[in-house]
Design a protein around this ligand. Structure first.
Ligand code: GLN
Length: 451
C-alpha cells in the first residue's frame, strides 16, 4: 500500500509534497506488517498518512512552508504525529502549506504554489492546500491539517474532499508550529467523514505538554455514523447567504440542504449578526498572536541566519528580512502595531470583546438548532495568480470560516457539488457543518448520512 502511494507521489506534478523519504516509509510499513501479523493492530495500522509541514517530525524536515525553517529538523515528533504513529500509521511525507499557515490559497509557500487536482490552473485553497490536494489526487488516503481561521475547511472545499476542525483544545498543539495559539487547531483531511472520524479517534486526547489541551473522557467519534437524521434541526444563518455569495456555490449548498430535508431534517432560519465583523476581528487577533509567536525566529536558536551582518541587532534584522516572506512580514507588522502602547485598547482589546460576542451569537443560535450549515467559502477555487498580490481579497474570502474559529467551535467541510471556474472548468463546492462544542460525533453522523 505504501509503495503504491509512493509511486503515485513520484509522478505527481501538483507540488503537494515537500519531503518524502521512501526508505523511511517502507521501514515503517514493514513494522506495520509485523504489528498486523502479531494481532496487535488497530484499524489504522499500515494505513499511509502525510502530515502538513506545520507538524514537526524527527525524521523529516519541518519547514512550515518557510525559508526561515528550510533546513530545520526537529529533535522530537509533534504529539499528533506520535499518536498516529502509535496507531501504526505509515508516514508518506510532509505536505506543502502557506508559510506559517498564513494564507487561503497556498500561494504564500516559500516552496511554490500547490495546484488544484481538479483544474491545475486553480488554487487548492489554504493554508492546508497540500493536504487537500494530496487527498483529492489520491496521493495518500489520509492527511493532517491545521485550521486557525479555515485552513482545514476551505482547502477541503476547494479540492472536493472532507475535513474537520475539532473543538479548540481537542487536538494537542504540541509540536504544531504556532501561528495564532488561541485559534490553532489540528485535524484530519481525508476522503470521507468516516475516515476523518477514525483519524480523530487517534488524534484527540489530553496532552500535558499543551496548556490549552482539554481533558475529556475518550470517545468513539464514529459511534453515531448510522443514526437517522429524522428530527434534526439545521440552522441556516442568513448572513451566510448574503451578497458576495457566488450563484453556483449557493445553488450547490441549497441543493444539499434540500437533500437533508429528504433525510428527515428541518431547516431553521437563524442569524449570526456579527459574521461580517469576524474578518477585522480575526485579522487583528491572529496577527497579534503571530507577531508574538514568530519572535522566536531570531537567527540564533534555530532557523535561518543571515551570512552578512554588522552587529547583533543587524543579525536579527537581516535574518528575519531574508527568512520571512511578504505575508508573514505583513502579519508581524500588523500584530506589533495592534499590540503597541496607544493602540492596544482601540484594536486588540476591542477585537477580543467582539470575539466574545461572536461566541454568544453561536450560543443563541444553538438554542434553536442542532447543527449549522452554509457555504465554506463565497466562491469556488480561484485561478492561480489571480489574487496573489491582493491580500485583502484573500482575507475577505475567509468570511464564512473565521467566526467558527474565533468561537472555538468544531467545523467541517464536505463536498456538495461543483461550480464553474472562470474557464468553465469543474471546481468543487464545500458544504460547511458547524457544531456545538464537542459535538464532533454528531457532525460526522450528519456528514456521513449525506455521503
Ligand atoms: N486564511 C486564514 C489566514 O490567512 C486562515 C489560515 C489558517 O486557518 N491557518 O490567516
Amino acid at each position: 500500500l505504501a509503495q503504491h502511494f509512493l509511486d503515485r507521489i513520484a509522478v505527481s506534478d501538483l507540488n503537494a509534497f515537500l519531503h518524502v523519504d521512501p526508505a523511511l516509509t517502507l521501514k515503517q510499513a514493514a513494522a506495520a506488517d509485523a504489528l498486523l501479523a502479531s494481532g496487535k493492530a488497530t484499524a489504522l495500522t499500515g494505513i499511509p498518512i502525510a502530515h502538513k509541514d506545520i507538524f514537526v517530525t524527527r525524521d523529516l524536515r519541518s519547514t512550515a512552508g518557510s525559508h526561515m525553517l528550510e533546513n530545520y529538523v526537529s529533535p522530537f515528533d509533534a504529539t499528533v504525529v506520535e499518536k498516529l504513529a502509535q496507531a501504526g500509521m505509515v508516514t508518506l511525507g510532509k505536505l506543502n502549506c502557506d508559510e506559517f499557515a498564513m494564507g487561503s490559497a497556498n500561494e504564500n509557500s516559500f516552496f511554490g504554489a500547490v495546484k488544484n487536482p481538479w483544474d491545475k490552473t486553480a488554487v487548492p485553497g489554504g493554508s492546508s492546500g497540500g493536504s487537500a490536494a494530496a487527498i483529492a489526487a489520491r496521493l495518500t488516503p489520509a492527511t493532517t491539517g491545521t485550521d486557525t481561521g479555515g485552513s482545514i475547511r476551505q482547502p477541503a472545499a476547494f479540492c472536493g474532499v472532507t475535513g474537520i476542525k475539532p473543538t479548540y483544545g481537542s487536538v494537542s498543539r504540541y509540536g504544531m508550529i504556532a501561528f495564532a495559539s488561541s485559534l490553532d487547531q489540528g485535524g484530519p483531511i481525508a476522503q470521507t467523514a468516516e475516515d476523518c472520524g477514525m483519524l480523530l479517534n487517534a488524534m484527540v486526547g489530553f496532552d500535558e505538554k499543551d496548556s490549552t489541551s482539554v481533558e475529556r473522557k475518550a470517545e468513539d467519534f464514529n459511534r453515531d455514523l448510522n443514526k437517522s437524521l429524522q428530527g434534526l434541526r439545521i440552522g441556516v444563518p442568513k448572513e451566510f447567504f448574503s451578497k458576495g455569495l457566488a450563484a453556483d456555490v449557493e445553488q450547490s449548498v441549497r441543493a444539499a440542504l434540500a437533500e437533508y430535508v429528504k433525510l428527515g431534517a428541518t431547516l431553521v432560519d437563524i442569524s449570526l449578526p456579527k459574521t461580517e465583523l469576524s474578518i477585522p476581528v480575526y485579522y487583528v487577533i491572529a496577527p497579534a498572536e503571530a507577531s508574538s509567536n514568530l519572535s522566536r525566529f531570531d537567527g540564533v536558536r534555530y532557523g535561518h541566519r543571515a551570512a552578512d551582518y554588522k552587529d547583533l541587532n543587524d543579525m536579527y534584522r537581516q535574518s528575519r528580512t531574508e527568512g520571512f516572506g511578504d505575508e508573514v512580514k505583513r502579519r508581524i507588522l500588523v500584530g506589533a502595531y495592534v499590540l503597541s502602547h496607544g493602540y492596544y485598547d482601540a484594536y486588540y482589546l476591542q477585537a477580543q470583546k467582539i470575539r466574545r460576542l461572536i461566541a454568544q451569537d453561536f450560543a443563541a443560535a444553538f438554542e434553536k438548532c442542532d447543527v449549522i450549515m452554509g457555504p465554506v467559502a463565497p466562491t469556488v477555487a480561484w485561478d492561480l495568480g489571480a489574487q496573489s498580490d491582493d491580500p485583502v481579497a484573500n482575507y475577505l474570502a475567509d468570511i464564512f470560516t473565521l467566526s467558527t474559529s474565533l468561537a472555538g467551535l468544531p467545523g467541517m467541510s464536505i463536498p456538495c457539488g461543483f461550480g464553474q471556474g472562470e474557464k468553465n472548468s469543474k471546481r468543487p463546492v464545500g458544504l460547511q457543518l458547524i457544531g456545538n462544542y464537542f459535538d464532533e460525533a454528531r457532525l460526522l453522523n450528519v456528514a456521513h448520512q449525506y455521503q
